[in-house]
Write a protein that binds this ligand. Structure first.
Ligand SMILES: [Fe+2]
Length: 261
């Protein structure tokens, strides 16, 4: 079972400070070699169902046979995410639930699922690299515009911002601006074994594509939706679920409810 040392208040404060100032923080060597191999084996077992194609699994029931279950049920992990949320939002999270996702980029659809810049619905994002290519022109690096916006008290403003930025044209424009050198995202080369934490709600982020033939797999733990339970949130969730069902029926691949990492 992955072991996260109990973190005292000062340590959590330091982590939160790193996320505030440099846009992310990293917990080193949380997963041992054996644990990483277990996660890779689980990913491989799911990849067999989607040969050479992008896939994603969402929620506890889809992932409870994986080692991830011991992470999201670990009281130390829960407390850490709760404390980080409290630091950023100045109030406890409306929900204590951690929402896990497993995502694997490969094949032609993997390219389409890359560079999809977005803000997460949840405030705290923990990213767990499982497979990260180290060769090839593009290795699926994490692109981050850290803390590009504040926590919104108004859910409508949150929805409008997401609608303006999370569409095909805006994403294309963002990629053009990056390629032209007008925008400079933070580029994180992820290392399996470590866990990366950032404010997913506040940071515009995406992954770079992988070169053909390479595989990039990550697990994500989402925590703390500041607009949990609002009518707008329920509406978006409904739209996303219908979209997911349509895409799933079309391709037999479990698509993300929202773009993930
Ligand atoms: Fe995300």
């Amino acid at each position: 079972m992955p072991t996260l040392p109990a973190l005292d208040a000062q340590h959590v404060k330091t982590l939160a400070h790193d996320m505030d100032t440099q846009g992310f923080t990293r917990l080193d060597h949380v997963l041992s070699e054996t644990e990483l191999e277990q996660l890779q084996a689980f990913t491989d077992s799911r990849a067999l169902k989607h040969p050479g194609e992008y896939f994603a699994y969402h929620g506890e029931s889809a992932l409870n046979e994986s080692l991830l279950a011991s992470l999201w049920s670990d009281p130390v992990v829960k407390q850490l995410l709760e404390k980080l949320y409290l630091h950023a939002a100045r109030q406890p999270s409306p929900s204590q639930q951690i929402f896990p996702v497993l995502r694997c980029i490969q094949g032609s659809r993997g390219v389409r699922e890359s560079n999809c810049f977005h803000f997460d619905a949840s405030l705290v994002t923990a990213l767990i690299p499982i497979y990260i290519p180290t060769e090839g022109q593009e290795c699926g690096d994490l692109l981050l515009f850290p803390n590009a916006r504040k926590l919104r008290s108004n859910v409508v403003r949150n929805v409008v911002e997401k609608a303006l930025l999370q569409n095909r044209f805006s994403r294309w424009l963002t990629c053009v601006a990056i390629n032209q050198g007008w925008l400079h995202p933070k580029v994180l080369k992820l290392v399996p074994g470590h866990i990366y934490l950032f404010w997913g709600y506040r940071s515009l982020h995406a992954n770079q594509p992988c070169s053909p033939g390479l595989k990039r797999a990550t697990a994500i733990l989402h925590f703390g939706d500041p607009h949990s339970g609002s009518m707008a949130t329920r509406m978006i969730l409904g739209i996303n679920q219908r979209r997911a069902a349509r895409a799933s029926a079309k391709s037999r691949i479990a698509p993300p409810e929202t773009p993930a990492l």
